[in-house]
Design a protein around this ligand. Sequence first.
Ligand code: SAM
Length: 225
Amino acid sequence: MIPWELLGKTQVPGDSGELRLYRRGKEFSIRVNSSELMNSSAHGSEEALAELACARIAHRSGPRVLIGGLGMGYTLAAALRRLGPKARVVVAELVPELVAWNRGPLAALAGNPLQDNRVSIQEADVAQVLQAEQRAYDAVLLDVDNGPEGLTRQGNDWLYARPGLEAAFAALRPGGALAIWSASPNPSFSRRLRQAGFKADVICERARGPRGGGRHTIWIAVRSS
Ligand SMILES: C[S@@+](CC[C@H](N)C(=O)[O-])C[C@H]1O[C@@H](n2cnc3c(N)ncnc32)[C@H](O)[C@@H]1O
């Protein structure tokens, strides 16, 4: 068995958590304190997050998309595959070191999506980016944590609570879609989405796509007006 090698570590801004990047052969793992946030061997549901959201806005010309949480770049790469040449994708990533890892050891995993000229990156909390503009995005994709239950930092609870959902609603253009990834189902979160004005579908996706794996939850919530 090849041992895990620690490639880098950094503090999560505004929190006591420590983020670590490990490699074992071709496999990479990002861990927060002692929990695994993400592993490169399973990214089917991260890609599905982008595919489901982009399918909802496929008819729009030059769509603008906000992705919260870069991770290993799989959601971003899947969005870029689905979107046309006029699309613009803003990625908000809280942890600057994560961006550096995606330009370094993680770059090839998802095919170097940060090099695509449709992408701009903001090293910032997606909560701030969301609140900076209104009616600005055709889709907002959030995979910043384990889902509404949180893992990386307590500050992310705001995003999944009523004020954060209302900010996402305001940041979307009418008919735009908010897509949210979660490790587990959460019926009370579905209710919160409806209370914030969204029409929401809940979709179950497998961690390894057609090869199975764990079941993850994706909400696709549409701003109807
Ligand atoms: C599970 S990973 C995302 C995985 C990604 N969907 C992919 O395909 O690789 C979560 C990411 O969100 C980032 N993050 C956590 N909280 C954030 C926030 N409030 N704003 C922006 N990024 C955040 C983490 O640093 C990490 O890069």
